[in-house]
Design a protein around this ligand. Structure first.
Ligand code: 5GP
Ligand code: MG
Length: 176
């Protein structure tokens, strides 16, 4: 029978340290009031930890959430839809979009275009993870937590079939 294991790529401690650094990078590169738009569900844990790291260095962002879907199982489908929209207006605001992972770029490209059309004054992107070499649209993250190899990663908010989000570390699915 096939057995599944989840080898660790980044431990809870690695993640905590990197998020503290990211909070500093963000505060040094974004001035004034910042509104965070967190893309659910994958980035809920990243968002919760990043905003607490921001608190410790005196950044006081506004926060809203949006659920986009573009992914089915382990294969990226090529359409992005809004399942749940933000509540607040982004018009005239400096916005920081947070996502769990940048792969083909379609999700973030869609989100960026949408929030620009709605009048965001300045837009930056922070992702916890980036899978290099997989982009098929032109989008760039301003802040990146970690690069990951071309494997299906789970944990720390990222799922496989809505499982493994609770893992405090980031690992990848390995089937033996
Ligand atoms: P993109 O639109 O950049 O292709 O994909 C971004 C979305 O696909 C992410 O927000 C995430 O939900 C999902 N995704 C891409 N790669 C992975 C992966 O390795 N593991 C998991 N769990 N989700 C992924
Ligand atoms: Mg996602």
């Amino acid at each position: 029978m096939a057995e599944l294991s989840i080898p660790v790529l980044y431990s809870a401690e690695d993640i905590r340290d990197r998020i503290d650094e990211l909070a500093h990078e963000i505060s040094q590169n974004m001035s004034g009031e910042v509104m965070i738009v967190s893309l659910l569900r994958g980035s809920f844990m990243f968002t919760a930890d990043l905003i607490r790291a921001m608190y410790h260095i005196g950044v006081q962002p506004q926060i809203d959430f949006m659920t986009l879907s573009s992914y089915q199982g382990a294969q990226s489908t090529h359409e992005v839809t809004i399942n749940r929209d933000i509540t607040d207006s982004v018009s005239g605001k400096t916005v920081l979009i947070l996502d769990d992972i940048l792969e083909t770029g379609r999700t973030l490209s869609y989100a960026t275009k949408l929030l620009k059309e709605r009048g965001a004054k300045e837009l930056k992107i922070a992702v916890l993870l980036e899978k290099p070499g997989k982009l098929d649209v032109d989008v760039r993250a301003d802040f990146v937590g970690f690069k990951v190899p071309d494997k299906f990663v789970v944990g720390y908010g990222l799922d496989y079939d809505n499982h493994y989000r609770e893992l405090p570390y980031i690992g990848y699915l390995e089937i033996h």
